[in-house]
Write a protein that binds this ligand. Structure first.
Ligand code: T3D
Length: 269
């Protein structure tokens, strides 16, 4: 496939937006164009009240192989004596905003990991709220193999997800972690048969889209903050959030629907 194909495909089904990384010839690795397209689509979706869940997946046999190591923006000049590029700028300009965009997203973001997820591609998935993977998919913290550390949030996420012992082994060794092993150690939520992944991701996304979005986003925020807080502070944060949510349409609707024995219709976002 020519590299002038759209690097990101978007599909809207009701309130669910599906974003498909579309550079299958390079396992959907990140170029500047893919970064621009992904953050642009996420920003548009965040501003669109009709979008209530986003699914991120990959075209072809991979999910995302992380940074495209041949992209001129970062590819090292292998000429002896050449001045090294400052790849810290790439992290600040591209990967940090991407990870923060997902962590501050107003509605849930689901990763449907259809194949290998390596480097920043693995951590793109792990930043998402729920990670579903095909059984044949795998997760590779490929950074150590090229002399780097886990980025795109990996240094923060990994120990939180799987504990320090597993995180250190995954990051230092850079070995392939199968989807089944990833589920077993708590790196991802669950894996499903390859043929069922796309459908299961859409069913999950439609279910999340019908839920009270604000409460779901506040749950993520509370979890993200909790590690840095004392129990006392976390309890206070819970009180502050419940105070706000308790004044929302969705809380009134949820309680009304419960007593009326009907399905709630949530609207807040
Ligand atoms: O500048 C910076 O590096 C800073 C940014 C850091 C963020 C990061 O993400 S660092 C980590 C970058 N990613 C990697 O190191 C992973 C590199 N890829 C691999 O190790 C392997 O491709 C996989 C384990 C992911 C999959 O292996 P396999 O055997 O299934 O596929 P393959 O044959 O290696 O790859 C298929 C094609 O995709 C191949 O192209 P070809 O030979 O068919 O023309 C390969 O070169 C290409 N490809 C795979 N990953 C990348 C890539 N091309 C560019 N960049 C890649 N990351």
């Amino acid at each position: 496939m020519a590299d002038d194909a759209a690097p990101l495909l978007t599909r809207r089904d009701g309130a669910v937006l599906t974003l498909t990384l579309n550079r299958p010839q390079a396992l959907n690795s990140f170029t500047g164009a893919l970064h621009d397209a992904l953050i642009g689509a996420l920003n548009d979706a965040a501003a669109d009240a009709g979008v209530r869940c986003v699914v991120i997946t990959g075209a072809g046999r991979g999910f995302c192989a992380g940074q495209d190591l041949s992209d001129p923006e970062v590819a090292p000049d292998l000429t002896p004596g050449a001045v090294p590029k400052d790849i810290g700028n790439l992290i600040e300009a591209r990967y940090k905003p991407l990870a923060l965009r997902i962590h501050t997203f107003p509605v849930p973001v689901v990763a449907a990991v259809n194949g290998v997820a390596a480097g920043a591609g693995a951590n793109l998935a792990l930043n998402c709220d729920i990670v579903l993977a095909a059984k044949s998919a795998s997760f590779i913290q490929a950074f150590s193999k090229i002399g780097l550390i886990p980025d795109c949030g990996g240094s923060w996420l990994l120990p939180r997800l799987v504990g320090r012992a597993n995180a250190m082994a995954l990051a230092l060794l850079g070995d392939k972690c199968s989807a089944e092993e990833a589920q077993r150690i708590g790196l991802i939520w669950r894996c499903v048969d390859d043929a069922a992944l796309a459908e299961e991701a859409q069913v999950l996304a439609a279910r999340l889209a019908a839920m009270p979005s604000k409460a779901l986003a506040e749950t993520r925020r509370a979890f993200d903050h909790a590690d840095r807080m004392s129990l006392d502070a976390a309890l206070s944060l819970e009180g502050d959030v419940q105070r706000r949510l308790g004044m929302s349409h969705d809380y009134i609707e949820g309680v009304s629907a419960f007593f009326a024995k009907r399905a709630p219709v949530f609207k807040d976002r």
